[in-house]
Design a protein around this ligand. Structure first.
Ligand code: GLC
Length: 707
């Protein structure tokens, strides 16, 4: 028996169940049930972990209380560190726009350092829910619509949070969430059912979690919703079957907040005993905040509905995680660690710059250095606190506003500011500030509270009053640069048509204002690209590039094809769209071979040129399509992406290496395999099929080869 097994052998049932209970502290509210003083429960060994609790002193004190319990088992302390802890980085959907795994890992590492210094040993991140419905407020928390991007995001974030060794004082246990298909909630309404096909599960929603397991993610959190009638918190087939047995996940499964008790509301449990039985048998180790395990497991054991072996298995997983975190040796993990500090802010600035996507530009940007009079109008222009976005509970609340950033970047310019709120008279008076201006910068979009959990929207236009303000500003006949802060695409086609330039700035975090000013002035040539298709109207949703062809793919020449009578089927902006201040061109997509076998690695090259006038970075995508297969395959599937930096006038060659095994897809039996026949490979700067370079290769062989 090792140390953990010996410890287990000494535990009472109450102490065992205590290790399966995560209670909320009172420093942040992230669920329907408020936290409170859990000190007595910790002292009695009735709580094994806390959430929404941080601070070096506070956590040291509560670990000291845990040390007063009979067995002195230290606490795991968890918190939602989705995009930074004290130093806030861009929201994940914004960071995804950087298409930069090294950056994704770096910000997770910096967040882990700050969180660990605050006594946190588990973060409820990365969020890996693929989402194709921007009505869903939580689309902001993930990496967008594409499973390949979500896979790369998972790998980078888990490596950043966990580092090489969880016992390192600056490592934190990552929790991949929310397993799974939460992003497919009906109507984009948070917590609603997801009616997802088995095929979509295997092709879209499960791959990021398979990648998380393969990356050694310490924990996984099931989603709130039911998947075709089976609540994920009780989904034994996917949790025990697919996750633990098929993927070999040996880590901890922690429920979402109060989710076990909510099995009663789902209508699959009559009481907390039922709920506890369902959750334990499904593989849930830790009950976050519902009380179901504490109240239900003793009775379930008495009734013979669960066994002590099942309880012990869950307790062992929790204790082993605490051991891996080094908590038994030093509950406060005081080892060496570098602080956050200035380098974290510099990283926040770099991440923010790279997240910004220039959607429209008629040439008005970058701003001329000679510009002297700017009108900065809008309710978000001077609201640094709104720049953090959702899930920024421990933020230092020192985010640089757009107004501050512009003033700092253009000290010689006169920047007239007006919030642009109030009644018509007030707005008219404020727009007077625009009359002398050479250019108007409009700061519009969502507040942080309009994005994230429980923040679904049925209309994706601008919040009340902002359209009138924008129309009034556009009516002044001056160049208008619109900045859209949001956690999702906004359907404002009229703005894209009439503004001289539009940038999506998401929620950029601590250095928002400086990053935005850096792009507006041209000190930073924008590199951000959309990780999500941008709809023209809510009526197009769900809209995503990796659609299947259908038997009647859209054709402008044939009304009997898949389209709308009243709107284009094309998105406002394609997945991957984004402008720089220097056009790039693509030429000569080449492959090293014309046919391949399942064990080959395909080598591609493509020439990219920077047409000038300034140096910049192009983002290039490689898509694949299995033209004829046993199952209809998407028209495009992203298989690689990368960036190439080029000086003005410079050309370069970008190379992709793609193992043929990555062309496998779930067959009719959902087992992965590669099928012989023709494949198309396309390279481009976005998923706009009109602008792709495409070549065809032949997969040799006669039969489907299992991957
Ligand atoms: C919330 C969220 C989850 C979060 C947890 C703890 O309800 O669904 O993402 O990690 O509760 O705050």
């Amino acid at each position: 028996m090792d140390r953990i097994e010996k410890l287990l052998a000494t535990m009472t049932l109450e102490e065992k169940i205590g290790q399966l209970v995560m209670a909320a502290g009172s420093q942040a509210v992230t669920g329907p049930v408020l936290g409170g003083d859990v000190t007595q429960d910790v002292r009695a060994g009735r709580v094994g972990s806390l959430l929404n609790f941080w601070g070096a002193e506070e956590t040291r004190a509560i670990q000291a209380v845990a040390a007063e319990s009979r067995l002195k088992i230290p606490l795991i302390i968890g918190f939602d560190v989705l995009h930074g802890h004290k130093t806030i980085f861009p929201v994940p959907l914004g960071e995804a726009a950087a298409f930069d795994p090294a950056l994704w890992m770096a910000t997770a590492r910096a967040a882990a350092v700050e969180a660990a210094a605050d006594g946190i040993s588990m973060v409820f991140a990365p969020m890996l829910d693929v989402a194709r419905d921007p009505r869903w407020g939580r689309i902001v928390e993930g990496a967008g619509e594409d499973p390949f991007v979500a896979v790369e995001f998972a790998r980078a974030k888990i490596a950043g949070f966990q580092g090489a060794d969880l016992a390192d004082a600056s490592a934190v246990a990552a929790t991949a969430k929310h397993f799974c298909a939460y992003g497919a909630a009906e109507g984009g309404r948070d917590y609603a059912s997801a009616e997802v096909s088995e095929r979509a599960l295997h092709e879209v929603y499960l791959p990021p979690f398979a990648a998380a397991v393969a990356a050694g993610c310490a924990a996984i959190m099931p989603a709130f919703m039911d998947l075709a009638g089976v609540p994920m918190t009780a989904h034994a087939a996917l949790l025990q079957g697919w996750l633990r047995r098929a993927q070999g996940f040996e880590g901890v499964i922690v429920s979402d907040y109060n989710a076990i008790a909510e099995l009663l509301r789902h209508g699959v449990a009559a009481d907390l005993v039922d709920a506890a039985v369902l959750a334990l048998k499904a593989g849930i180790d830790i009950d976050m905040m519902s009380g179901a395990y504490r109240a239900g497991l003793p009775k379930a054991l008495d009734q013979g509905r669960v066994s002590i072996r099942e309880i012990d298995a869950a307790v062992l997983r929790v204790l082993r995680l605490k051991e891996r975190l080094g908590l038994f040796d030093d509950p406060c993990r005081r080892g060496k660690r570098s602080a956050g500090g200035e380098e974290a802010r510099a990283l926040a600035r770099e991440a923010a710059r790279r997240a910004i996507v220039l959607l429209v530009n008629d040439g008005v940007l970058p701003l001329s250095p000679s510009i002297k009079k700017i009108a900065l109008i809008g309710p978000l222009a001077d609201a640094g606190y709104e720049m953090d976005g959702p899930w920024a509970g421990a933020s230092q609340r020192r985010s640089v506003s757009i107004r501050e950033g512009l003033a700092s970047a253009l000290p010689g310019a006169e920047i007239a500011f007006a919030a642009g709120e109030g009644d018509d008279a007030q707005m008219a008076a404020e727009l007077e500030a625009c009359r002398e201006a050479e250019i108007i910068v409009l700061s519009l979009g969502e507040t942080a509270g309009m994005s994230g959990e429980a923040a679904s929207r049925a209309d994706l236009g601008l919040p009340d009053g902002q359209r009138a303000l924008a129309e009034a500003a556009l009516g002044l006949g001056k160049p208008v640069v619109a900045l859209l802060s949001s956690g999702r695409p906004l359907t404002v086609p009229w703005l894209f048509e009439r503004a001289s330039a539009v940038l999506t700035t998401w929620f950029l975090g601590a250095e928002a204002g400086n990053a935005i000013a850096g792009v507006l002035t041209g000190r930073f040539n924008p590199v951000g690209r959309l990780p999500i298709s941008w709809p023209r109207a809510v009526g197009q949703i769900p809209i995503f590039y990796a659609a299947r062809p259908s038997g009647r793919p859209y054709s402008p020449d044939d009304p009997y094809t898949s389209n709308y009578l009243d709107l284009s089927v094309a998105p406002q902006f394609h997945f991957g769209h984004g402008l720089s201040y220097c056009p790039f061109t693509l030429a000569n997509l080449r492959a090293e071979r014309e046919s391949f076998g399942p064990a080959d690695t395909l080598q591609f090259s493509v020439e990219i040129s920077n047409e000038g006038p300034m140096a910049g970075e192009a983002t290039v995508f490689l898509f694949a399509r299995d033209v004829v297969a046993s199952v209809a395959r998407p028209l495009l599937e992203l298989k690689r992406f990368g960036k190439i930096a080029l000086d003005a006038g410079e050309s370069g060659v970008f190379r992709f290496a793609l193992p043929a095994s990555e062309l496998a897809f779930p067959g009719l039996d959902f087992r992965p395999g590669i099928e012989p026949g023709v494949f198309e490979f396309s390279a481009g700067f976005s998923a706009d099929a009109q602008k792709l370079l495409t070549l065809r290769l032949e997969a040799a062989g006669r039969n489907r080869i299992g991957a």
